[in-house]
Ligand binder design. Structure first.
Ligand SMILES: [Fe+2]
Length: 599
């Protein structure tokens, strides 16, 4: 049985394909369209899934959409009418978009893919999120927590799910508690993201990166705009917000009266904490003080988010009594909060699927249809994230030659890896392109940039020469899974379900911080742990680097330039390689140098 899941029209459109309940392909549209967070109809991702499985559309048994468009339409209609006439522009814009395409998703899927309407199903947004976590996890029963901006009406749920691998007992997801729009932890975080000068649905992790440079000194002000109950349910004072009636701003003038003027997007960020010696170019005491206010506000909203999530986690435990927790929704990508759930929460095991945001809804919708609507038993557990497109050696060779790069083909894997380790030891930076691209927002060793993590200076090299991104944003370490506990202070970290997907920040063991200067962010790191069987070449590279240096860790960051999606094709990789100061590129078993450089 072939089931295609589709998510689109909010952010991060995607498609995923199941064959007899086993995932065979999943990808976000942005990787093909090259538009970051592309939220349009995922035509190319759908085509890729069918191609990967060798299917034509008439072989699809079901196409499942990740939310119910009419319920979402109702929410937008009712919430904007409630604030009329303030909402006129919002209303007009929303209606144009909805009548244009969104409301008619069924006929769009029917005509574009070429499937009859009786094969098209719809699953509620938060059920799609919940299914994406539960049915990829290794658990047969678990507490469920979903937290995002907003789906149809729902913004967070607590529930319980069961689904066995032997087919005994019903597969079900029961979301017993919910929070509803406009009250939303995800939207609250997004409002602060916008206030702090970052793009909503893109810059949330930048707020998280800024937070460690500040103190949560604004809690009393935050209390004026939001109250939490003892299960993490929020009540927002809507006088301070405008996302329910404005297309441009999430916060109202009253919010600005309370917190002060918002941060200008793209303005330089430096404070006495980031630059104690005042050595930032063009240092200005007044600007540094103003930036400190922003860092303190970032710390405040981050702290509040962590505390609220922990309250929800405890409520889920009390409600279900389960030892296992699965989490989904955009807020489940808050890796600092996830670390606290593991260290401070009551659950023994926690699983989050790597595409925890709306792209993962495509996968969840398909899984929900298969296991719950059709009642089929489970066969699948996700134990890696490599579900995207890959390219043959012939594709690579042709592209490299057509672009005129100098290259060597090194068939002997050990020899190739030794060469790469030598290059990294010479403080060079490597582009690493192998196998199928990753599912979800993180590069996990198939489309990565790798460097030596040991010296502070590499942070600067990678940041300014390659990523061209904000200096306060951290780089991540990747470590052999068996050695994670030696370097990272979180219980049971060698067996974590979160670290293979870089979903959790952990404190770094005190006496190891000095060995990991380039990936240590105020004493913490958002690690990826890797097992040999999940990614043999990548694992072996880290192992060899460990043998050479005594530190089995590399700096791993995503293979893209600032503002661009992670590379997909060999041509994307060569373009990024050419535009940046990446020193060498490993593509499959090709070792590629910059034009004009000799090997
Ligand atoms: Fe969502």
């Amino acid at each position: 049985m072939n089931i295609l899941g589709v998510s689109c029209y909010y952010h991060d459109s995607a498609a995923a394909l199941l064959q007899d309940g086993v995932l065979v392909a999943a990808a976000e549209e942005e990787r093909f369209s090259r538009k970051k967070h592309d939220n349009g109809y995922p035509k190319q991702a759908i085509e890729f899934c069918l191609r990967q499985a060798g299917l034509t559309a008439d072989e699809l048994d079901y196409v499942v959409f990740y939310e119910k468009p009419f319920q979402k339409f109702e929410r937008i209609l009712l919430s904007s009418l409630g604030y009329f006439p303030k909402t006129w522009a919002f209303f007009r814009e929303a209606m144009v978009a909805w009548f244009d395409e969104k409301l008619w998703i069924k006929s769009k899927l029917q005509t574009d893919i070429g499937v009859p309407t009786d094969k098209i199903l719809f699953v509620e947004h938060h059920l799609s999120h919940a299914a994406s976590a539960m049915f990829c996890s290794p658990f047969e029963e678990a507490a469920v927590l979903t937290i995002d901006g907003v789906g149809e009406w729902t913004t967070a749920t607590i529930g319980h799910a069961t689904a066995t691998f032997d087919g005994n007992g019903a597969n079900r997801i029961n979301l017993s508690k919910e929070m509803r729009f406009p009250h939303s932890l995800g939207l609250l975080y997004s409002v602060f993201t916008a206030y702090l000068g970052f793009r909503v649905n893109n810059g949330e992790y930048k707020v998280m990166g800024m937070a460690p440079y500040g103190q949560p000194n604004y809690m009393d002000k935050l209390d004026k705009i939001v109250a939490a109950d003892d299960e993490g349910g929020l009540r927002l004072n809507m006088d301070y917000f405008s996302y329910h009636y404005s297309i441009q701003y999430g916060f109202s003038p009253k919010f600005v009266d309370l917190f002060g003027p918002p941060r200008r997007p793209e303005s330089d960020f430096y404070t006495l904490t980031t630059n104690p010696n005042k050595d930032h170019p063009g240092w200005d005491d007044a600007i540094a003080a103003e930036n400190q206010r922003f860092a303190d506000i970032a710390a405040t909203i981050q702290r509040f988010t962590e505390e609220t999530i922990l309250t929800m986690v405890n409520a889920a435990y009390t409600e279900t009594g389960s030892k296992n927790l699965v989490i989904a929704g955009g807020v489940a990508l808050n890796s600092v909060a996830n670390g606290r759930i593991v260290r401070e929460g009551p659950f023994e095991e926690v699983f989050i699927q790597p595409a925890a945001g709306d792209s993962g809804g495509a996968l969840g919708a398909a899984l929900y249809a298969y296991h719950v609507l059709l009642g089929k038993p489970r066969k699948f557990v996700m134990n890696h994230a490599y579900w995207g497109a890959d390219y043959t050696e012939a594709d690579m060779a042709e592209t490299i030659k057509a672009n005129g790069f100098t290259y060597e083909f090194i068939d002997d894997e050990e020899k190739l890896l030794d060469r790469v380790v030598d290059t990294i030891l010479n403080e060079r930076v490597i582009g690493w392109f192998r196998g199928r691209f990753e599912w979800g927002p993180r590069a996990l060793g198939h489309r990565s940039i790798l460097a030596d993590p040991r010296r502070e200076a590499m942070k600067e090299v990678v940041n300014t020469k390659i990523k061209f991104r904000e200096p306060f944003r951290p780089f991540a370490p990747v470590i052999m899974a068996e050695q994670a506990a030696e370097y990272f202070a979180t219980k049971n970290i060698n067996n974590s379900y979160l670290t293979p997907y870089m979903l959790m920040v952990s404190p770094i063991v005190d006496d190891k911080q000095d060995k990991l200067q380039a990936v240590c962010h105020k004493g913490t790191g958002r690690l990826q742990s890797v097992r040999r069987e999940a990614n043999p070449g990548y694992y072996r590279l880290i192992e060899k680097f460990g043998q050479a240096t005594g530190v089995p860790v590399l700096l791993n960051t995503s293979f893209n330039l600032r503002g661009e999606p992670i590379v997909n094709t060999p041509q994307n990789a060569l373009n990024t390689f050419a535009k940046s100061d990446i020193d060498q590129l490993v593509m499959g078993n090709f070792l590629i140098r910059k034009k004009g450089e000799r090997l």
